[in-house]
Design a binder for this molecule. Structure first.
Ligand code: C2E
Ligand code: CA
Ligand code: CA
Length: 830
């Protein structure tokens, strides 16, 4: 039998034999087979060799000079030599051989006399060797198995993985590793109890897990699933499960085995990242991320929308490509300083869109640092605030500037005045406040229409603008009120100069193109100065206003410096306004009458009704004092209706006494033209109520009332005339209306202002009266001369062909009973 050649080479054999001839024979034989053979003559020599070298097989001749085979075996055991021992003995020593095998020998060979055993030896050796190798392999495998078992056990115990086994038939876990309790807070008993699995699944994931499990049933492959589990404390646990189906064989069904891995953290991180991406992509604010060298790394869609640049156009570039150049280097220096100091900057920047358009963005820039505190990135988040900024600017503009003229409005004026006063106080300088109020603007506005009025105001603003320096403030307070704050004032003389310039500029005609009419207008200017006239802004305003009012009262078209007396007057005006209300009811108002006579024969043909206010405390208040206040407050409307009533009552009385031809002139303020139709309707009501013929009434209007919408005015006056009421143009010569304009109006009388009459008898020219008279006559108007005080005046007027007269020379305005007495005396003035 041929031995297994594959295990022979290099197999080291020790042959112990005292018969040297035999030993040589065996050695040659085995060598030829491929073994390496060492020889020892005695047991002790063998022991020595075995200490030095490893052998796989030891051939032991039973009888040796120093010991027998059994003793050799013992020695080998003591040496813990792993070599297989094969005993060689004679036939008659069978018992010895049996003992040797009991002692651990692997096999034996019997020596026969013919030497046949030499042929047998290799076979025996091969057998022994094979067995020897098998055992070694098995031991090695066993060792390996033990090692990996320990490894896995410790793995399961020391990792966060939960190992488990699940019984699908019973619908419960049969085993879970200890980690399960640590991870979930549920005890291992709970884990393996019935219904645990179903109850602790996250409700939303229940269907998913159930479907997964049933799909597993006969799957051969390992499967994975991610799902959520409720922890004992109610918290959420994300798990990844890896399952394999283990068939139990022959009708025993299957079990599931697998692992659960806690993936909560990575799930949450993933969720966080997903959210961050979502925000990055959908937020309306632009986001730009740059690296440590401030080169653009990433931008979001909103960035592209705001700036016009897509990522590939800006990637790797410096954000300065967005720069508008509107911020100076100091701005950027402070930005970087803030970034370097606080790691953060916030503010507004004007940048440039890809198209070149500027836009404003509200930006916040932050540094992002790495683990060692080095700057890793910059993140800029910005929103387009152009519209917001524009809206804010618009709001600011609307809040501070007058829409019509573009001048600062009352709000801004007050702010500027406040700071001007504060700065004058600090620097010990003077300032002046000018209140400029246009004369009779309201009438122009009402009659010519708002458009024409607006056009006039714009032109006024433009002209005023030419008189002020940049350091001054010209403002429009509203309506026809303008103010000028003059800082760092020189002398009063300079101020007068400025006031005069303003008046002159405004005297030039204005074109109200829409109506095709040029309007002339004047202004009244009141001046108050800091610190002389007021220590604060409110008193300065009050005092400039009072000075302006004084100009109005004394004939307009001029300027006045504030005086203490004006202050008292302003106070008085305020008192008037509040007293008006009850005064009519208390019958404090009276109507006086002044005769108007025919110059040719001295016949009194009518009277003018003039109001008086008999105040219990203040005494007799004259119309020049209260009429402007009544006009301003609107009280004039009620007052003039009261006058109409009183007049009508008197007419009835005069009729009874036979003076049934006497007419009464009633004054109409220019401001009443705003509600003229309404007022006329009231008047006609009163007339018809008392059954008084309209031709007994005359209405006196002023030139100012004639400015504006000619057509409308002509219509209204035409109607008034048609109803029988005659119309007088009062105070003629003081206004600005052109003769051509007057000639187109339906008028019956022209009253020459007393300022012209008073000139008569003094040096100078009187051809103004002459001219007016001839013009009036050419218009079929009669001329009434007012304020005749002297015979000389009377004679002169008669000579000029003036038709009617009125004045102290004949009579002052008197109460109704006094007039009646005059009439009853048969009063004629000749
Ligand atoms: P007026 O319409 O020009 O009235 C004539 C003014 O001249 C009256 O002043 C009258 O007293 C005054 N007067 C008359 N003769 C002479 C004279 O010989 N010499 C001088 N120096 N003055 C003379 P009065 O009554 O003080 O009225 C002043 C102004 O008040 C009136 O001027 C008129 O415009 C206005 N007024 C008076 N009553 C009313 C009224 O009921 N309604 C309206 N809207 N205005 C009125
Ligand atoms: Ca009058
Ligand atoms: Ca008059």
């Amino acid at each position: 039998m041929k031995s297994d050649m594959s295990i022979i080479p290099y197999t080291k054999i020790l042959y112990i034999e005292d018969d040297l001839g035999l030993a040589e024979l065996v050695r040659i034989k085995l060598k030829r087979e491929g073994y390496q053979v060492a020889h020892a003559e005695t047991g002790n020599a063998a022991m020595t060799l075995m200490r030095e070298q490893d052998f796989e097989v030891v051939l032991i001749d039973f009888y040796l000079p120093d010991m027998n085979g059994l003793e050799v075996l013992k020695g080998i055991q003591i040496l813990k030599c792993k070599a297989a021992c094969v005993m060689i003995s004679g036939v008659d020593d069978m018992q010895l051989v049996v003992n040797a095998i009991k002692q651990g020998a692997e096999d034996f060979v019997l020596k026969d006399a013919g030497g046949a055993y030499l042929e047998l030896l290799p076979t025996t050796l091969g057998k022994v060797l094979l067995k020897q190798r098998l055992i070694a392999e098995k031991e090695a495998a066993e060792l390996e198995k033990n090692k990996s078992e320990v490894f896995y056990r410790s793995l399961i115990e020391h990792t966060h993985v939960v190992a488990w086994e699940y019984l699908p038939a019973a619908e419960r876990f049969s085993y879970v590793s200890a980690q399960a309790e640590k991870l979930t807070g549920h005890s291992l008993e709970e884990w393996t109890s019935d219904g645990f699995w179903q109850a602790s699944l996250y409700p939303e994931d229940y269907a998913k897990v159930t479907a997964f499990c049933s799909s597993l049933a006969h799957s051969q492959q390992e499967q994975g699933l991610e799902f959520r589990l409720l922890k004992k404390d109610g918290g959420e646990l994300w798990l990844r499960q890896i399952v394999s189906v283990v068939e139990m064989g022959s009708g025993h069904g299957y079990v599931l085995r697998g692992f659960l891995i806690d993936i909560t953290e990575s799930k949450q991180a993933l969720e966080k990242q997903r959210l961050a991406e979502l925000v990055f992509d959908t937020i309306h604010e632009g986001i730009m991320i740059t690296d440590a060298h401030n080169c653009i790394e990433a931008v979001n869609p909103a960035f592209t929308k705001i700036t016009g640049y897509a990522l590939d156009e800006v990637k790797g570039k410096n954000p300065s490509i967005l720069s508008s150049g509107l911020q100076n280097s100091a701005f950027y220096a402070s930005l970087w300083q803030s970034l370097n100091h606080y790691g953060h900057w916030e503010g507004e920047i004007w940048n440039r869109h890809k198209s070149g358009a500027m836009y404003a963005e509200s930006t916040s820039i932050s540094y992002v640092y790495d683990e060692v505190g080095k700057i890793k990135r910059h993140i800029a988040i910005f929103g387009d605030v152009t519209e917001k900024k524009q809206a804010a600017e618009k709001i600011h503009y609307q809040a501070n500037y007058d829409q019509l003229t573009g001048l600062p409005n009352r709000q801004l004026f007050q702010d500027r005045l406040h700071s001007a006063v504060a700065s004058a106080k600090r620097n010990n300088t003077k300032l002046a406040l000018l209140f400029i109020d246009l004369d009779h603007f309201k009438e122009v506005n009402d009659s010519a229409g708002h458009e024409a009025g607006d056009r006039l105001l714009v032109q006024v603003a433009q002209r005023l603008n030419t008189c002020v320096r940049d350091s001054d403030t010209l403002a429009r307070l509203g309506g026809d009120e303008f103010t000028v704050i003059l800082n760092n004032l020189g002398t009063n003389h300079d101020l007068e100069q400025i006031a005069r310039t303003i008046l002159k500029l405004l005297e030039q005609p204005f074109s109200l193109a829409a109506t095709g009419v040029d309007a002339a207008i004047s202004a009244s200017i009141g001046i108050a100065m800091y610190p002389a006239d007021g220590q604060d802004d409110t008193s300065l305003i009050r005092h400039a206003d009072a000075a302006m009012y004084r100009v109005k009262e004394t004939g307009r078209n001029g300027f006045e410096f504030f005086t203490a007396e004006m202050n008292r007057e302003a106070g008085k005006r305020q008192q008037y306004k509040s007293a008006f209300k009850d005064s009519l009811e208390k019958k404090e108002f009276k109507v006086f009458f002044q005769p108007v006579w025919r110059l040719s024969d001295g016949q009194v043909i009518g009277v003018e009704a003039l109001s008086r206010w008999q105040h219990p405390e203040w005494g007799m208040v004259m119309p020049n004092e209260f009429i402007p206040v009544a006009e301003e407050s609107g009280f004039i409307h009620e007052l003039s209706l009261f006058v109409v009533k009183e007049v009508v009552k008197q007419i009835k009385l005069w009729d009874e006494r036979g003076f049934n031809q006497l007419s009464v002139a009633i004054n109409l303020s220019p401001t009443q033209f705003r509600r003229l139709d309404d007022w006329l309707a009231h008047m006609h009501n009163i007339l018809s109520g008392y059954v008084v013929a309209p031709h007994r009434i005359k209405l006196e209007i002023t030139e100012t009332a004639l400015m504006g919408d000619t057509i409308k005015l002509m219509n209204t006056l035409g109607h008034v005339q048609a109803s029988g009421i005659e119309i007088s143009l009062d105070d003629f010569g003081t206004g600005f209306s052109s003769l051509s304009r007057i000639s187109s109006m339906p008028l019956n009388y022209i009253k020459i202002d007393k300022s012209f009459v008073s000139q008569i008898g003094r040096k100078g020219q009187f051809n103004v009266i002459e001219a007016i008279t001839s013009m009036a006559h050419s218009m079929n108007c009669q001329v009434i001369a007012e304020g005749i005080e002297t015979i000389a005046q009377l004679e002169y007027l008669k000579q000029l062909g003036c038709d009617l007269g009125q004045g102290y020379l004949c009579s002052r305005p008197v109460p109704a009973p006094d007039l009646l007495m005059l009439l009853q005396k048969g009063f004629m003035f000749n």
